[in-house]
Design a protein around this ligand. Structure first.
Ligand SMILES: Cc1cc2nc3c(=O)[nH]c(=O)nc-3n(C[C@H](O)[C@H](O)[C@H](O)COP(=O)(O)O)c2cc1C
Length: 174
């Protein structure tokens, strides 16, 4: 079972979530490749896909969107899970976080089994060297609260549920 975990990340927090998901699925016995969604490497050898991206101004990271659209045919024929990272701040109140605007189309396009929204993280020190545009950098530094709200047990439980669907004998979420 070859699983590709692909991520679009401007400031590193989604990349770390993808890494944690890859490690959890690997621990259940799958062969897992972790790779930037922008990578030009082919995807035909994979049996399943997990694709994640940060949410910026209501949109999913452009590399994650492009990955799903460009590989739609290959992905639609295999099990696919999608996740987005954002919002920032405590979740769990009555207001459900909004999915990125492209998400319902993409879920339909590749028949994704699930789309999970995970709380994200923001560290201002990564902004200057990032590929964010000038306006986003300005907004980030001026208005976005710094902190790390990533809920690792929730993220890992989601990854173990994926493994349970893919790997015979996987323990899955406890
Ligand atoms: C400029 C900027 C805009 C953002 N816009 C949103 C948004 O519209 N919705 C959301 O849920 N999170 C938003 N976030 C939070 C990010 O999605 C969150 O920090 C995410 O974990 C970033 O992923 P990355 O570090 O992989 O780039 C924004 C963050 C920044 C810096």
């Amino acid at each position: 079972m070859n699983v590709l975990v692909a991520f679009g990340s401007h400031l590193g927090s989604t990349e770390a979530i993808a890494g944690r998901i890859a490690a959890a699925i690997r621990a259940e016995g799958a062969d897992v490749t972790l790779r930037a969604a922008a990578s030009p490497e082919p995807v035909d050898r994979f049996d399943a896909f997990v694709v994640g991206g940060g949410t910026y101004a209501g949109k999913w990271h452009a590399d994650a969107v492009a990955f799903v659209r460009n590989h739609a045919e290959a992905l639609a024929a295999k099990p696919v899970w999608l996740f987005s990272s954002g919002p920032l701040g405590a979740t769990g109140g009555s207001a459900e976080p909004h999915p990125p605007s492209e998400m319902s189309d993409l879920v339909r396009l590749v028949h994704a089994r699930d789309h999970a929204i995970f709380a994200g993280a923001y560290d201002r020190s990564h902004v200057d060297e990032s590929e964010l545009g000038r306006l986003e950098k300005f907004v980030a530094k001026r208005f976005i609260p710094e902190g790390d709200w990533r809920d690792w047990p929730t993220i890992e439980a989601w990854a173990h549920r994926i493994a349970r669907d893919l790997v015979p004998g996987a323990i899955g979420a406890l």
